[in-house]
Design a protein around this ligand. Structure first.
Ligand code: F6R
Length: 258
């Protein structure tokens, strides 16, 4: 795993945007795995600005979102479908986008179809991930099977509390979600994880330097052949080897810088 430590959230988002730009330049028909929440907002703003400046073209790309709340229609303002329209797709259209349907009648069938659609698209080239303060990726909460596929999951009380800021009251946060599984995420060719702020420092340390365990789902990314973690200094605060990660980054050979 490559660990890149930047000064603040702005710099994290810029570095991530450069990775997206490179990916789309190398392969305009890329299949992108996308995330929601507060973490990607700065990145999405930059991608839109790059597209407006003619520096990035996503018009031939396909996207698959990680997750959606169960029971929220795409028209609900807190649904992830509404989030994606507002923050990305209405400004930066992709050729085809996919978001799990939280209103599907037959959830297991819908999840199997979502997996089949990812496979039919050729698999995910670049998967964006935020990090839960409890170490979740997608909505694979601690204890999730490391081989799991897209399915229904119940959020932890902590995640419900973390996400309550987007709803009128904690009682309105759906308790269940449809999420890509950890196995689904691991199939992506490149995983890109972003995190900032002190609130994520413990999860970052457990993900990078702790044991690989289902209790910290993000720690499984230690097994992924191409994973980039970009964090700010506050989120890096509990890393024991942060100086080494900075040293590696500063001494990267020119051909690896892209
Ligand atoms: C969102 C997702 C979640 C979030 C995570 C962090 O699609 O899959 O894993 O990335 O909960 O959320 P924020 O970015 O709001 O701190």
């Amino acid at each position: 795993m490559e660990v890149i430590i930047k000064r603040d959230a702005e710099e994290v988002s810029s570095e991530a945007a450069a990775i997206f730009r490179r990916q789309l330049k190398q392969k305009p028909q890329s299949v992108l795995g996308l995330a929601t929440g507060s973490t990607p907002l700065g990145l999405y703003k930059r991608l839109v600005a790059m597209a407006r400046a003619g520096e990035l073209d996503a018009s031939r790309a396909t996207s698959f979102n990680l997750d959606e709340y169960l029971g929220l229609p795409g028209t609900h303002p807190q649904s992830y479908a509404a989030y994606m329209r507002e923050h990305l797709f209405q400004h930066l259209p992709v050729a085809r986008w996919h978001i799990p349907d939280g209103m599907a009648q037959d959830i297991p069938k819908h999840c199997a179809e979502y997996e089949a659609d990812i496979r039919a698209a050729g698999g995910i080239d670049l998967q964006l991930l935020g990090l839960g303060s409890d170490g979740h990726i997608g909505f694979n909460e601690p204890g999730s099977s490391l081989g799991s596929r897209t399915r229904l999951k119940t959020l932890t009380a902590q995640t419900v509390a973390d996400n309550a800021r987007h709803f009128a009251s904690p009682a309105e946060v759906p308790r269940q979600v449809v999420t890509m599984g950890i196995g689904t995420i691991l199939d992506a060719r490149h995983c890109l994880v972003l995190a900032f702020g002190e609130r994520k420092a413990q999860a970052v340390a457990a993900m990078v330097e702790g044991p690989v365990t289902a209790m910290v789902p993000a720690s499984v990314l230690q097994m992924h052949p191409v994973c980039t973690l970009i964090i700010d200094e506050a989120a890096a605060a509990q890393l024991q080897r942060r100086e080494y990660y900075q040293w590696v980054y500063e001494n990267k050979p020119a051909w690896q810088r892209g």
